[in-house]
Design a binder for this molecule. Structure first.
Ligand code: GTP
Length: 217
């Protein structure tokens, strides 16, 4: 049995794991994402847009997972810690959560009818076994947004949903009808690609079924 810790406050990420039969412990990492990305801008800025999105989200995901790993300290049993970070790449612009209604409206005026890419960085750290290990990688899902009218943008923004999600939309909420086209991993958009998470865990010798709750003896 491997203990699993999700280093995230994201309800969406937790639900993705729960729907896959895994009930993670939640440990929220206190990472200043803006400051961390800014401190690496000389390395990140020269990269082509998609590479910059992947590198930025992996940097942030790794910081979250490492912060939680450090707080856990020495552990008795093998423990898999998962960190993640999602950004929307629209053109050459990387976007997180809008946080305000004004910014959410501006985002939708720019992205309606457009194609964009939701990039999620994944970082997995395995501690509590003889060697310990770490892997990170990003997954990218291509999306096209419906060409919403100003009135429908105002109505969606007024719900508050778009304010605290990367890209100002959800695939599994009120925003679902506003994505007309998706190529790639659906769960990656919610916040965690299960296929990539499983692959990274397997690369470190974690047998995915060992993460499922074990039947009571
Ligand atoms: N349910 C849902 N959540 C989404 C969707 N798109 C983006 N999100 C959420 O938007 C948030 C992206 O912000 P992040 O900075 O990566 O994560 P966070 O919510 O701040 O949580 P931390 O991992 O603790 O940083 C995550 O919580 C994602 O789950 C979606 O389509 N559905």
């Amino acid at each position: 049995m491997t203990r699993i810790v999700l280093a995230s406050a994201s309800r969406g990420r937790r639900e993705v794991l729960r729907q896959a039969g895994i009930d993670p412990e939640i440990r929220v990492a206190d990472v200043d994402e803006e400051a961390l990305a800014a401190s690496h801008e000389e390395v990140l800025d020269p990269l082509p847009p998609l590479a910059r999105a992947e590198a930025t989200t992996c940097l942030l995901a790794t910081a979250k997972a490492r912060t939680v790993a450090a707080h856990l300290g020495p552990v008795e049993t093998p423990t898999l810690i998962i960190g993640a970070d999602s950004l929307l790449l629209l053109g050459e612009e990387l976007q997180g959560k809008p946080h305000t209604a004004e910014r959410a409206r501006e985002r939708w005026l720019a992205q309606r009818g457009a194609t964009a890419h939701l990039v999620t960085g994944h970082a997995l750290i395995l501690i509590g076994n003889e060697r310990g290990d770490e892997r990170s990688a990003a997954a990218t899902t291509e999306l096209r947004f419906a060409d919403l009218s100003d009135d429908e943008i105002d109505a969606y923004v007024a719900t508050g949903e778009p304010l605290e999600v990367a890209g100002a939309f959800t695939l599994d909420g009120l925003g679902a009808p506003y994505v007309t086209h998706l190529v790639g991993d659906y769960h990656n958009v919610i916040g965690l690609s299960l296929a990539l998470t499983r692959r990274l865990a397997a690369d470190m010798g974690v047998f995915w079924p060992s993460l499922w709750p074990q039947p009571a003896k």
